[in-house]
Design a protein around this ligand. Sequence first.
Ligand code: NOJ
Length: 537
Amino acid sequence: MPETPFWWKHGIVYQIYPRSFQDSDGDGIGDLRGVIDRLDYLNDGTERSLGIDAIWFSPTYPSPMADFGYDVSDYEDVHPDFGDLATMDELIAKAHARGIRIILDFVPNHSSSEHPWFLESRSSVDSPKRDWYVWRDAKPEGSPPNNWIAVFGGPAWEWDQATQQYYLHEFLKEQPDLNWRNPELVQRMHDVLRFWMRRGVDGFRIDVMDRILKDPQLRDNPPALDRNAARRFGQTALQQHTQDQNWPEIIDAVRMIRTVVDEFPERMTVGEVFGTPENIVRYYGGDKLDGLHLAFNFPLVRIWDRRWTAEHVRAKVDGFEAALPKGAWPNYVLGNHDVDRFVSRVNGDGRGQERARVAALLLLTLRGTPFVYYGDELGMENVDVPDDRLQDPARKYGRGRDPERTPMQWTNDGGFTSGEPWLPYGDLARNVEQQSADAQSLLSLYRRLAWFRRGSKALRFGDYAAVDGTPRGIFAYTRSHGDERLLTVLNFTNDAIAFELAALAVREYVDGTHDGGAASGRRIELAANEGRLLRLE
Ligand code: NOJ
């Protein structure tokens, strides 16, 4: 593996939802052996492959699968559906041999209610592990200790009849919250990180980073300012989560995690946090940058039809750039296992597939680490899963996430499994085999962009500057490093002629030719006109 301490800045991270990428044993559930078999698709060192630099796996640990792996019952093993530790070791070694890093999902906020720690904790109020979770007495009239609403809906407290106390669960009741104020628990969780780093894991995507510490006094959350938000985001949006999310002391726990991760060279962390850009960047640790390496920047996943405009996207990019502390590195996410597929989010007028091309160009040419959700490189769309095949328990509390978790589409017949897939396939006309044979396909565009990016210092670590004064519907920016200077011009409208003119004007502006100045440096132009890549030199 070449030494590249900043691989997490320069590389493309590809998210694999392990149940859905490739099944090797015909049980209809994806597994690690399946991923090993597909490593060449991800990066075989040539432009025939996707050219990614790292894989982030959603959880692969033993779990009763109440929340499909985000309910961990053993942090130091692999779920038998996915394989075993030996297969994980083999996967790490074979990925490394191709220069691909491995990022695991670390789930510190809660375990499974079937984790031996919780079973011990709930066995008695005197259990040595009682304090590893958050237990409280009922209020005098018997109600929960406070008004917190769980993310999936309903009270965040579950009554335990045997020991006559409530325990806290910010997600399902099968996901009791761990107590990050207990030093023993903290030590144990740090050791989990060391366990995986010793096995060669390169980094961690940290689940629910913004909730691991709460108000120690457990005071009520105030009501939401916008009561309508609940309609879109579920019951949990009936409250402002001032007491149970983004609690200021979390940064201390983050710094301790960073210290542990820094015991091993070239490792990284990316945390799941929500809020304003100002809030998100706090997790980088301020001027010292001693917090997370990256904190997820989610505005692009919150874009639905109306907001997919040049102006809105530019505002989000510039907003994050402006908020970052000096030296901190941005990142961009178009999709993940919790939100509608990108194409489906912007498909109100049926042009979602074209927009996916502009989005690919945006994601792979902005300054910042790109996160690509498996299948987005094919333009996979939400799948309408029949009621009798729905899987995600969260659907009982709001929106289920099955539509964006369906099997990877490899061939006209699917190619994901020889058995019955755990979720149905989407439109199989959109598959790897077919798109590999078509130079105009979205997959071919992703491949070209990824490999172009690998060869471009300007794209991997150059400066970003938006071009002002572009016509409505055009977002243009330069990326520069030394004497390499690139211009990306993105047309968010479908007016081709206006775009040709706009692109010309932008080009002149950037070259300085509009006022007679000389063009400086090498200029390569990347332009997308609602999907058509005008030139990629
Ligand atoms: C965020 C994960 O992305 C989501 O899938 C999960 O349900 C919750 N955290 C709880 O772990």
